[in-house]
Design a protein around this ligand. Structure first.
Ligand code: HEM
Length: 130
């Protein structure tokens, strides 16, 4: 997908992705499952990393590759015990964040695409039973 005909462009670029990740990360520090997973409590840094990844994935600037290298998401999540409860909680906090963003900023077809990709990826990141 080219940069001028991308989901990234269609939903207004960086400011919209920033809304998505900040709405997510504002809930994480207080979350009983996800909060303790961040050993150094670098929530601002983690928010940026998720922003870079999402913006890049949807056709924006390649900030994740520039700052972090190849995405390799499953490998990058191996250090964190991701069971079904953590999976469900991540998606729940993200759903809360998306629901807080109005339809004009994040219109339905794009909202669904982004949500579906997150669900798919979250499923692939489960690395602990049950
Ligand atoms: C399934 C539940 C998930 C859990 C419990 C989880 C947890 C975590 C944790 C604890 C980190 C380390 C934070 C940091 O960057 O310092 C992290 C990093 C990250 N996560 Fe997740 N995550 C999940 C799903 C996802 C999904 C669905 C995405 C993408 C849509 C994602 C994208 C990222 C990215 C881009 C990073 C930064 C990786 C890096 O730069 O090394 N995560 N995640």
């Amino acid at each position: 997908m080219s940069a001028n005909n991308s989901v990234y462009e269609a939903i207004g670029g960086m400011p919209t992705f920033r809304k998505i990740v900040s709405g997510f990360y504002k809930q994480v520090p207080e979350d009983d499952i996800l909060g303790p997973m961040y050993p150094d409590q670098d929530f601002a840094g983690a928010e940026d990393r998720l922003l870079w990844f999402l913006a890049q994935y949807w056709g924006g600037p390649a900030l994740f590759n520039e700052n972090r290298g190849s995405p390799r998401m499953r490998m990058r999540h191996m250090n964190y015990p991701i069971d079904m409860a953590a999976h469900d909680r991540w998606l729940k906090l993200m759903k809360n964040s998306l629901d807080d963003i109005d339809e004009e900023t994040l219109p339905m077809p794009y909202r669904q695409m982004i949500w579906q990709h997150m669900n798919q990826l979250a499923g692939m990141l489960i690395n602990k039973a049950p």
